[in-house]
Write a protein that binds this ligand. Structure first.
Ligand code: NDP
Length: 250
């Protein structure tokens, strides 16, 4: 560990779940981490855990669907810490509704947070990184960007995550000349509030369909993110890294 020493990072959706584990993982690897979320009380708790590890941290309130919020978030980090090396655009939601019953508001909410939010954060972080001629952006996609999950109906989520994968590749191509790398992470079923609140019947089906025979933990994604954030992956850009217990192999 310690490979991210002196790196400045932020994690959206950093208050809990995958974002929290990755925020702590980045800090354990030596990075300063801004915890970005709409839930400031929980984010402050993560900040204290990061500071206890000896790294700098701050909680930044930001709704990733609001362009002004997103610009202010990146500006706050850069004015406090001088630069931005690692942007982990991770905030996301899932709404399970049959396509024929989905309201326009439900569709829009999922696309706004999961896809437009990733674009806005990538754009704000990318502007800083282009100026620096260095930086790494990692976007949380999902295996749902590759396959259609069952038994739950989640067409907006699946479409948003496929969008994140292609957005990531597009940004990687546009920004490679500036030494800004852009990759995505596609987890399989991970035990967080998002999935644990699902009906038992769904969770049993997910585990049955996963060759690894279980859901993953958020901690099991940290190595993938540290790898993508670290300079040892300097030729890795435009990649979607699938971490799913072999779910998508079948
Ligand atoms: P959680 O629901 O546990 O955490 C999501 C976090 O994002 C929460 O802290 C939430 O805040 C925050 N958030 C939601 N909306 C916004 C917003 N508009 N602006 C800023 N922050 C926001 O989810 P996970 O940790 O499970 O998921 C994290 C990411 O991983 C998501 O993109 C998800 O789609 C993806 N993913 C998850 C998988 C899983 O199995 N868990 C599998 C594949 C991908 P608040 O609590 O206030 O709502």
């Amino acid at each position: 560990m310690g490979t991210l020493k002196n790196k400045i990072s932020y994690v959206t959706g950093g208050a809990r779940g995958i974002g929290k584990s990755v925020a702590l993982g980045l800090a354990r690897s030596g990075a300063d981490v801004a915890v970005v979320d709409i839930d400031m009380k929980t984010a402050e708790g993560v900040v204290r855990e990061i500071e206890a590890l000896g790294m700098r941290s701050m909680a930044v309130s930001c709704d990733v669907t609001d362009p002004a919020d997103v610009s202010a978030m990146v500006e706050k980090i850069v004015s406090a810490w001088g630069r931005l090396d690692i942007a982990f655009n991770n905030a996301g939601i899932c709404i399970n509704t049959p396509a024929e019953e989905m309201s326009f508001d439900q569709w829009k909410k999922v696309i706004d947070i999961n896809l437009t939010g990733v674009f806005l954060c990538s754009q704000a972080a990318g502007k800083v990184m282009i100026g620096q001629k260095s930086g790494v952006i990692i976007n949380t996609a999902s295996m749902s960007g590759h396959i259609v999950n069952v038994p739950q109906p989640q067409c907006a989520y699946n479409a948003s995550k496929a969008g994140v994968i292609q957005l990531t590749k597009s940004l990687a191509v546009e920004w490679a000349p500036y030494n800004v790398r852009v990759n995505s992470l596609s987890p399989g079923y991970i035990a967080t509030e998002m999935t644990l609140k699902a009906p038992e019947e769904w969770k049993n089906r997910w585990v049955d369909l996963t060759p690894a025979g279980r859901m993953g933990t958020p901690e099991e994604l940290v190595g993938a993110i540290v790898y993508l954030a670290d300079d040892t992956s300097s030729y890795t850009t435009g990649m979607d890294l699938v971490v799913d217990g072999a779910f998508t192999c079948m």
